[in-house]
Design a protein around this ligand. Structure first.
Ligand code: ZN
Ligand code: ZN
Length: 316
């Protein structure tokens, strides 16, 4: 289908490609359009495409699993060994992202939205899907005390998803006081300054967290996550850790803590779109700035200003 871009969120991986030309093992070998968090409007459905008409609002998933590999057959499409993920350099030729005024995508990437849908809000569906999948890796969160380490966008999304899943109390830690202040405004119950050893000691000595979502990708935060977790609790690693991160795993054994990774999302993209369109969650307070992609330097300058910025939303 041919689409007209509506709104898009700038992600940390877009910033990594922009600054370093790589994200982990995915290295740019040629030009690539960035952007994997976006909404659009159908310009032309194209031959053989049914269920879409020009003018339809759509959510677009960047993930297009192969549907042939073992993981796809097992329903674990997020672990597909031949994934076509928009705006990712994992494959070559690279799969272009969505930050283009007009683009052509496979129809099965698209979810048709009701006319009333807020396309700017729907552009938050992809990172929220990541959080919903992370939440699915923990056990039932109803009534749970949940800690999120890292108060960036994904951390805040995890807090929102945990609340939607029934968590009773949400704690958050970060090394940036401004980020913690913002987290309070977004409904987090208690915040902990990870740069203050006394605050972290208070958090870990209480051992009161049923589930912890480590969204910072910092080794000390994973050590804190494990130390703050109750016996038989679960720690979900959401952020990318650096190679050979020095982590204190001592309590993993004596408390029988489950440590699990989470990667991208499966059916949670459709669920994220559903919750957003139904008004069950409001992710819009996480948008710090709306900027035009006609001035990309200004977009990235704002996105890199982490103290002041959660999500930068772009349009043309
Ligand atoms: Zn992203
Ligand atoms: Zn596959």
């Amino acid at each position: 289908m041919r689409l007209n871009f509506a709104f898009g969120g700038v992600c940390g991986s877009d910033m990594h490609y922009f600054e370093h030309g790589r994200v982990g093992d995915s290295v740019l070998r040629g030009p690539m359009v960035l952007g994997h968090e976006f909404s659009a409007v159908v310009d032309e459905a194209g031959a053989g495409v049914e269920g879409f008409a020009p003018g339809d609002k759509v959510a677009v998933t960047p993930a297009l699993p192969c549907q042939r590999c073992d993981y796809c057959h097992r329903g674990l499409t997020n672990l597909c060994t031949d994934m076509s993920f928009m705006g990712s350099a994992a494959r070559f030729p690279h799969c272009d992202g969505g930050f283009a005024s007009a683009l052509v995508v496979e129809a099965r990437r698209c979810i048709r939205l009701p006319e009333v849908a807020d396309l700017r809000h729907v552009a938050m569906a992809e990172p929220y899907a990541v959080a919903l999948h992370a939440i699915s890796m923990a056990s039932d969160l109803a009534g749970a005390t949940v800690l999120v380490t890292g108060a960036g966008v994904i951390g805040q999304m995890c807090a929102t998803a945990a609340r939607a899943a029934g968590a009773a109390r949400i704690l958050m830690s970060d090394i940036a006081p401004a980020a913690l202040e913002r987290a309070r405004g977004l409904g987090v119950d208690e915040v902990f300054d990870a740069a203050d050893p006394a605050a972290i000691a208070a958090l870990t000595e209480a051992q009161r967290c049923d589930a912890v979502f480590e969204a910072s990708g910092a080794a000390p935060a994973l050590s804190t996550a494990i130390a703050a977790c109750k016996p038989r609790g679960v720690v979900v690693q959401v952020g990318f850790l650096p190679p050979k991160a020095p982590v204190d795993f001592a309590k993993l054994l004596t408390r029988e803590i489950t440590l699990v990774g989470t990667y991208r999302f499966i059916n949670e993209f459709a669920e994220a779109v559903r919750q957003i369109v139904a008004g069950e969650v409001d992710l819009r307070p996480m948008i710090s700035a709306d900027l035009s992609l006609d001035a990309p330097e200004a977009v990235f300058e704002r996105a890199f200003d982490k103290a002041e910025t959660l999500k930068v939303m772009v349009h043309f």
